[in-house]
Design a protein around this ligand. Structure first.
Ligand SMILES: Cc1cc2nc3c(=O)[nH]c(=O)nc-3n(C[C@H](O)[C@H](O)[C@H](O)COP(=O)(O)OP(=O)(O)OC[C@H]3O[C@@H](n4cnc5c(N)ncnc54)[C@H](O)[C@@H]3O)c2cc1C
Length: 271
């Protein structure tokens, strides 16, 4: 049954129940704002997804590693009663992809060597015509294995095929996170999903699941947030989704133009 919920008016609607959306909602509620999180999937967490076996083994299908510069995330990890431990991605670790499982140590070494070279090359070429990340990768990694490692890692991380990601866009993205530390410095002593569970449980208004937002429209001084479940009214909307997902949401023309300027570098281009 289709139901409509437009009579309830929230101060803020947060689109996306990943770590960003849940943290934003929690801070807003703590500051006294009414807030509703709308999530497209049937679960919270987004790109954090942990499973724990009966005998306590944790598998992370998404984010897993962090470093000392990620202060906000570290705060959330500690609040969830977890500790930081040195990453176990050493000789005992394996990397699994469609081709099977391989010893992760050479994989990680190759990645650590090639990643700074790739960023440096993107920097050198900053004044030149843009190219795709896939083209850039082929200038850094010459063997098929190296190319596959970089393409699959970056494609997974950026939620987009490297062939349609702009090299300059990647550089801009990384300039926003100026950490000199390795991303793989630390990991968490338990499932990262515990952080998601805690954030979700703390919200006064629980997230709505299976509620993909397909449009945000202006109506009578409010914002009308449209989902197949029904419409929601708010004064403000936060899009806590990837640029790729945000582009699928119909927005008021002025907002759309602004968003496109910010995320043009991540758009498919005719390379
Ligand atoms: C395999 C993998 C490994 C990773 N490893 C690491 C790591 O080791 N360390 C690290 O720091 N980072 C890692 N990352 C990145 C990290 O997971 C993300 O940066 C982080 O989880 C992003 O959180 P977020 O809330 O910003 O976005 P997301 O987690 O992407 O959450 C966005 C949410 O919005 C929802 N959504 C999208 N569109 C709509 C819509 N129209 N309506 C409603 N809801 C919508 C999505 O379903 C999702 O739940 C990894 C990512 C992946 C995929």
């Amino acid at each position: 049954m289709r139901y409509r919920s437009s009579n309830t008016r929230f101060d803020v609607i947060v689109v996306g129940a990943g770590l960003s959306g849940l943290s934003a909602a929690r801070e807003l509620e703590a500051a006294g704002f009414s807030c509703q999180v709308l999530e497209a999937q049937d679960r919270a967490g987004g790109r954090v997804r942990s499973t724990v076996t009966k005998d306590g083994h944790v598998t992370e299908a998404g984010a897993q590693l962090l470093n000392q510069d990620m202060e906000n995330l570290i705060g959330l990890v500690r609040e969830a009663g977890l500790e930081l431990v040195t990453t176990a991605a050493g000789s005992a670790a394996v990397a699994i992809d469609a081709a099977g499982s391989v010893d992760a140590a050479p994989w990680l070494t190759q990645w650590e060597e090639e990643w700074p070279r790739l960023l440096a090359l993107a920097g050198v070429q900053a004044g030149l015509p843009d190219q795709s990340l896939a083209q850039l990768i082929r200038q850094v990694a010459t063997d098929p294995k190296g190319i596959r490692i970089m393409e699959s890692s970056l494609g997974e991380f950026l939620c987009r095929e490297p062939s349609v990601i702009s090299a300059q866009g990647l550089l801009e993205l990384y300039a926003r996170y100026p950490s000199e530390r390795s991303d793989g410095e630390l990991q968490v002593s338990g499932p990262l999903g515990s952080v998601v569970n805690r954030l979700t449980a703390e919200l006064h208004t629980p997230p709505r699941y299976n509620a993909p937002v397909n449009e945000v429209a202006e109506e009578g001084g409010d914002l009308l947030v449209r989902t197949p479940q029904g419409d929601y009214r708010a004064q403000r909307v936060i899009l806590a989704v990837t640029p790729v997902a945000a582009r699928d949401i119909k927005l008021p023309a002025a907002v759309h133009a602004k968003l496109m300027r910010r995320s043009t570098a991540m758009m498919p281009a005719p390379w």
